[in-house]
Design a protein around this ligand. Structure first.
Ligand SMILES: CC(C)(COP(=O)(O)OP(=O)(O)OC[C@H]1O[C@@H](n2cnc3c(N)ncnc32)[C@H](O)[C@@H]1OP(=O)(O)O)[C@@H](O)C(=O)NCCC(=O)NCCS
Length: 173
């Protein structure tokens, strides 16, 4: 399925796009310093896993990939593992379109909740997920190797209506 946002196109990744996705992830995480991006072998493993979902975003159908989202769809949960936009293409709505596409996929596949974690200091990611309907569902203190806390975020669906349930934060930053 191809999802069109106002200024971009998102789609499931093709095998031929794995290297470009690796480049986007490496460029996006290089600036963090404390997070290592997945390498090509890891992306190939993800591509082969039946429960793995890799989506990419680009400006138009044949344009280069500029953003990537990796998630695991396991039974009635979708866990978002990576969302990354190339530093040269930030604040253009690519990550928002990918997250919206993942949430739409979840709604279509009887997913009960979408889960993810982010570094407590990652204001960009937290704002992105909040905007999509996620709430702060927990904190894992000193979770990362450098002792930073992880923020757990959840997006919940009403099982009857399949609509997003807007829940209040259970943790404050
Ligand atoms: C987080 C990240 C994926 C956002 O990608 P993006 O394509 O620039 O995001 P979008 O343009 O879709 O932004 C959507 C919304 O997210 C929020 N947002 C994005 N970047 C932000 C920033 N630097 N500061 C504050 N809010 C931000 C805003 O609410 C934004 O909406 P707005 O532009 O209308 O204000 C990108 O900054 C990135 O790749 N960071 C490094 C990797 C990373 O940290 N990934 C998340 C791991 S959990």
């Amino acid at each position: 399925m191809v999802t069109r946002a106002s200024s971009c196109v998102t789609s499931r990744i093709a095998a031929a796009d794995l290297e470009a996705a690796r480049d986007v992830l490496q460029a996006a995480f290089a600036e963090h310093g404390h997070d290592t991006a997945r390498d090509l072998d890891q992306l190939r493993e993800e591509f082969a896993r039946p429960w793995s979902r890799l989506w990419v975003a680009r400006r138009e159908a044949d344009a280069p990939i500029v953003a990537v989202l990796l998630a695991w769809h396991i039974v009635d949960e979708l866990e978002i593992l990576d969302v990354a936009t190339h530093p040269d293409h930030r604040r253009l709505g690519y990550a928002r379109a990918l997250v919206a596409g993942a949430v739409a996929f979840a709604a279509e596949h009887a997913v009960v909740r979408v889960l993810l974690e982010a570094r407590r200091s990652n204001a960009a990611a937290i704002a992105l997920y909040r905007g999509a309907g996620f709430y702060m569902s927990g904190l894992r203190r000193r979770y990362y190797p450098d002792d930073e806390d992880a923020v757990l975020m959840t997006l919940a669906f009403d099982p009857q209506t399949r609509q997003i349930v807007r829940l209040a934060d259970e943790e404050a930053l």
